[in-house]
Ligand binder design. Sequence first.
Ligand code: PMP
Length: 286
Amino acid sequence: MKVWIDGELADRDDARLCVFDHGLLYGDGVFEGIRVYEGKIFRCAEHVDRLFASARAIRLAVPMTKQAITDAMEQTVAANGVVDGYIRLVVTRGPGTLGLEPNKCANPVVFIIADQIALYPEEMYANGMAVIIARTRRIGASMIPPSTKSLNYLNNILAKVEAVDAGVAEAIMLNAEGDVAEATGDNVFIVRDGTVLTPPPESDILIGITRGVVMELCRRLEVPLAERRISVEQLYAADECFLTGTAAEVIAVTQVDDRMIGDGRPGPITTRLLGAFRELTRPGRP
Ligand code: PMP
């Protein structure tokens, strides 16, 4: 495997970060997870734009242009022969001193990994997944802007640990107000009386690119859609529920805590959207 780091494609074992990198010492940096479908980078410009927006939010100057980053990703995909896979694009604050001061890090580091990914077993896409609601709350807008995809994921990891402890694959996180925000690495949607609902940015979510794609699909398929605050009670009582994310794509949730969602099977609107998403990303394939 070749990893793109600081302008070069290095062998996997030679792609190394300095132990003084603030990305490592403090989670000080930003990243993107991006799909490659049929050799093409899916929603490339949107991901690159979000990376730059995240970097701006933490006052990190990305040391490359958007075009140069796009070219580097294409080069990495080609070098690894990735046709259907996943890109991890990371910008760290770079090496600095043993203090927080970001301005002492003169050289941010960019690296790009292109690899395969399979987040959940295929069986879960067919039958749906069980999730819990985590006790760990989502960080709020006054802490780290939730729309910033930073390297600081401990908040989500703690919620994921709760899921693992409970024997399920994912956890849904509430925001400080107790509204549904998102899953640890995915956005949440519910269906109620034929309308697809998803929390708005004000519910402290990361504004997912896949979330945006699914909203476009709803409009195209003329499925009623609204961004609404969602309470725990509304989640428990939903007719359908599903998660969206770059790695997860679209996946039905059929149980939340000890409550069955709908009849415990992926619902009709979820199934339709999952099909439309697959057709968009893998046209003509089963
Ligand atoms: N929320 C969080 C916290 C995430 O990390 C992600 C990305 N894995 C998402 C939502 C989904 O975003 P996207 O569709 O852009 O992958």
